[in-house]
Structure formats: structure tokens, C-alpha cells
Design a binder for this molecule. Sequence first.
Ligand code: DSN
Length: 421
Amino acid sequence: MSSERFYGPDFALLSQQDPDIAAVLLSELKRQQSNLQLIASENFTSRAVLAALGSTLSNKYAEGYPGKRYYGGCEEVDKAEVIAIDRAKSLFGAEHANVQPHSGASANVAVYQAFTKPGDTVLAMSLPHGGHLTHGSPVNFSGKWFNVESYGVRQDNELIDYDELRDIAIRTKPKMICSGATAYPSLIDFEKVRAICDEVGAIMWVDAAHFIGLVAGKAIPSPVPYADVVSFTTHKVLRGPRGGMILAKGEHAAAIDKAVFPGMQGGPIMSAVAGKAIALAECATPAYQKYAKDVIVNAKALAAALEAEGMRAVSGGTETHLALMDIRAIGVTGKVADERCGLAGIVMNKNSIPYDPEKPGITSGIRVGTPATTTQGMGVAEMKTIASFIARAIKTDDASTLAAIKNEVHALTARFPIYTA
Ligand code: DSN
């Protein structure tokens, strides 16, 4: 099937009206089809989700919640939002769901607003140890408006030090404790975090953006039974549209809903809400559960194969969808590795490792994830091939060698086509 046909009958119209943007759509589709997508936070959503995103629901303003809107004509979009809420509650066993946040960062703004006031103390994982901008970075609203204390990982095993976390919590008395990270390959012990929150009287917030898809697929334990509130994005392993979502205990439902609207957002993006509903239904299938388990199997295989190529897996490997590799033994920085891999058609990102001697713009590590390649149907054999591509690419600055690897990458991705049927 040609790229033009993938974008449907309206594509001919777009090509005629705006050939510049039509060309971008086609080139991006080709880029995604032909390169290796190893960014741990990216995936290929289904064509059903893409259909919802490109629908007339995009035209509708719907401030408020189903049955309580500020504009007329919401009877159809109300149905989509009710379906999305019901599916989220059922999939995750949650007492309350808000499906309106435009993104993970927006969801986190709402969480801060629901449970804290500017100046309050919040305890979260430090960004250099794998946290997120919204967990208190000084350049983000969280670090500017709140007193964010940080915990990290131990230097010897690169795992969260729950004793240190408890000590800091007792000393700083946070209003809220956040667990969750963007570059932490291990599982988080939610039972331990709950006990610490109870001991110091803190709200337990889990930012599950990276791993909620693995929870949805029942491949790893869920934070939902433990946490007061769980925020996440819907476009990572979960494989839905770009967007955010919040789950909460029933007692916090009103606070969360008020914080999202009118506290933080105006009208929700109803086409995205419909896309979230579709993705949640997809996540409830046995095929998705197999996918979630395969994502982890592939991540373990990729980490092991990269170790065999002379890199070191931070925290000794992975239990999730991503691996953080310390590449200092190869003698290149994360920045150089990222650039060389890009030239070889391998898209991943440089990433700080815990206690990294390099600046965040340089780094000693790379982060690789398997959500997208697993969606394509790749398995352990392909992970070994990908590891050899990465190793060859980061060890050379020769343009013709990088171009040759790119040809091999394209031959591999051609065997695992996406968006062709
Ligand atoms: N940008 C996301 C990631 O790559 O982890 C986090 O927001």
C-alpha cells in the first residue's frame, strides 16, 4: 500500500491544498517506517487511534465534564468521554479517572494543584538520577513554585535507596511524595513508598508515564492499589494518542477534576479523548498483554546484547521497557553516540547516567527502549542485530560505514513494516 493511500482519501485534497505540509506527512511516515525507533517513550499507535485523532471531534469545545458542560452540542463527545473514563477505571481497577489532560506534564500540573500550594514541600526523584522535569527541575514550574526535595539511586547498585528516601521524608516532611522516572530501568516498590507516605502523612503520587503500558498489559505490578493519585501519558508503551490521564482514589476525585478543569485547562481535546478510549480497549486484549510482556523480553535481550558489545547496563539490566547504557568503556559520549546512531538510521537518545561526570547536554549514557520495535513484531533475534548496529555505529565516525549500517537498518525495518495494511 502506498504512503498516499495510508493517509486516506483526504490526503489527495491536502496534497492539492497544501503540498508543503502533505510532503512533511509523507516524509515523516517514511522516516518512521524505515529507521529504527528506539526512543523509550515513543511507539506506533493504531490506525483506529489515528482515525479518531483526524476526526471532527477535533472541532468541538467541551469545557466541563460529561453532562455538565459549559457549551451546547456536547451530547456526542460526552459519550466518548464516558466510554474513556469507564474503560480506564475498569482496565486499571481505579476508583476515579480523568481523561482530559493534554499531556503528561499537564497531568502533573493538575496533581500539584490538587494536593499542594505553592511553597509546599514535595519529594521526588532527581532528574539526573532518572526523574522528570516536572519532578522539581529548577527550570520547570515545579522547581520554581515548590520546595522540591530530591532522592536518588545508590551509587553501588543504581537502585532507589528506600532507606534514604524514608530519611529524607522524615526530615523534610513533604506534603506529597512522587515515584516515577523517565530513565529508571528497574521496578519501583510501591508498597515501601506507601509505608513511607503513611509514616510522614504524605500524599502518594506515582508518575507512571513510562511504565503504565506495562501495567495495562499486566506485565509488571500496578501502583493503583497503593497510590492516592497516578498520572501518566497515553502515548508511550500504552500505544494510544499523545496525551495524559490521571487515576485517583475516589476521595480525591473532586480535587483532581477541579484541578484539571477549570484549574489547569480549558476545553479538552475530544479527538484525543476518543483516541484514548480506543487505546484503552486495545490494552484490554490478550494480544496487548502478550505485547507488554514481549516489550520487556526484548528490552532485556537488547541490554544483554549491548553489554556483550562492551557497554554497561545501569542497575545491572532492566525489568521494564528501557535500558540505560553506560558507554564510557567505548570511549565516546552519549552525545556522539546519539549523533552517529542518527546517521545510521537508529533513533535513540543520549541520557545522563546516575552520578554522571558529564553535563546533561553531553552525558555518558544512552537510553534505548523497545516499545516501538516490539509493536513492529521484532523479537530477541532482532534485538541482537540492533545491538550490533548500535555498537558498530557508535564506534565509527566514518560516513560511508554509517551509511552502510543505515542500509542494513532499512533492510531490517523493511521486514517489519508498519502502517501498510
Ligand atoms: N520526553 C519523555 C521521555 O522521553 O521520557 C518524558 O517526558
